[in-house]
Design a protein around this ligand. Sequence first.
Ligand code: ADP
Length: 513
Amino acid sequence: MQAQAVLKEKFGYDYFREGQADVIESLLAGTNVLAIMPTGGGKSLCYQIPALMLPGLTLVVSPLISLMKDQVDALNENGIPATFINSTLTQGEVQERFNQAARGEVKLLYVSPERLDSDYFLADLAELTIDLIAVDEAHCISQWGHDFRPSYLRLTDTIQSMRQRPTIVALTATATSQVAADIMQRLNIQHEVKTGFSRQNIAFQVVKNQNSDRYLIDYLKVNKQKSGIIYASTRKEVERLTKLIEKAKLGVTMYHGGLNEMVRRQNQEDFLYDRKPIMVATNAFGMGIDKSNVRFVVHAQIPGSLEAYYQEAGRAGRDGLPSEAILLFKVNDVQIQHFFIDQSEMDEAHKQQEYAKLQEITQYANTQQCLQQYIVNYFDDDCEACGRCSNCLDTREEQDITIDVQKVLSCVKRMDERFGKVLVAQVLTGSKNQKIMQFRFDELPTYGLMRGDSQKEISGLIDYLVASGYLQASGGQYPVLQITAAGVAVLRGQAKVTRKMAVKVQKTLPEDN
Ligand code: ADP
């Protein structure tokens, strides 16, 4: 039977989605593939169809135990023999399932990556005839990715130790070119299939400098009965927001690593089956969650990276209907994340990497570019401006801010491009702090040049200049500002800079006398 016929007969679909046919045909021809497709893009079929067409077994490595059962049940319902092995089973059950697989009674065997840590398991695995290995959430294999899992590293050795080399398909929704290269190298993959990254039905929004609790409650009230996920950065914050939403008499449940297994499962099901439309959770919730009618994903705090953001936000609208992804951005949260990284046990190189990721998500929050386009560009891809995001719909008037920008840039230059945002803002506002005196920055011609503005305003302006590529902020915990080529052009008066700003109320009427 041809792949197209299997699609129709076993899954009831008439057409392949973008990329699926390419992945499936390559795999059937024995070519290893990396498939990068957005959430909801149809990655599962890319290995399920070959699994049905190949004579031997397909091993699926998937990190979410709670989901395995659902996926396997769904396959069984379609008459596809599949089973899973994970830590929820007894030793006897595991053995029985292995035997089933060895007898060729199942086509797909799902396992969690942690299983690969067990030598016994690997020895049993070596007894099976495995034609295809599907590595789901494959970005977890890369240290550059946002969700590195050491167990995934065992995959490379496991595959190499197998007698007849199975074909490999790695699947992920989020991979920068660096992560993609890493996955390909580790799993010996030469062929990449990447489909459009943009999510046509999601309107991205950044909400800045607002009382975010009030915004959240208002938003939820306006969207009553709609299903959505609210991500918060800590367990404590999850609990706080859940209480707040309960108080507003809205149906809400929560999920975080501190709740016991039974409560988590119960809460997850309350959400999945629409008994409670709102889920407040840490990032422990959601990987692989297949709830199609999630209408909104709100981040109450910024996540650690733009990759994590896109993956979490991407859980909205898997059914293709209009949905929203909202980031509630507060400068304070960036500082808190900074602190977490600083206090963590990570080695220095890893810390630097995390600071850089934090910088990237901060830039996302400050850009004026189409948000969808910004994200897609981040993943080294391109798309048209979406016309739906909060930047595309921003009707505030564009103002020429070239002169202020020149002041900031020339101050950065006079400080030899060796300092960060805080000190630059202090010099521009004419602060008398000790460091400024020590470096004699009070003698610079740019000292106090923007005395009328607050340090917060100047910080905001600097963020904007970094986000729009006039300045570059690099180097770990205290990023140093440097002027880019675009910035040099502004300094030389060869280019103008504009910014959409809320119109400030100014005193225009003459004084009474
Ligand atoms: P992903 O793993 O990429 O997030 P899934 O594999 O879960 O996405 O697929 C998302 C949804 O799209 C599922 O409900 C699936 O049945 C459906 N789907 C996948 N391929 C097709 C297709 N060719 N035609 C119609 N629906 C499809």
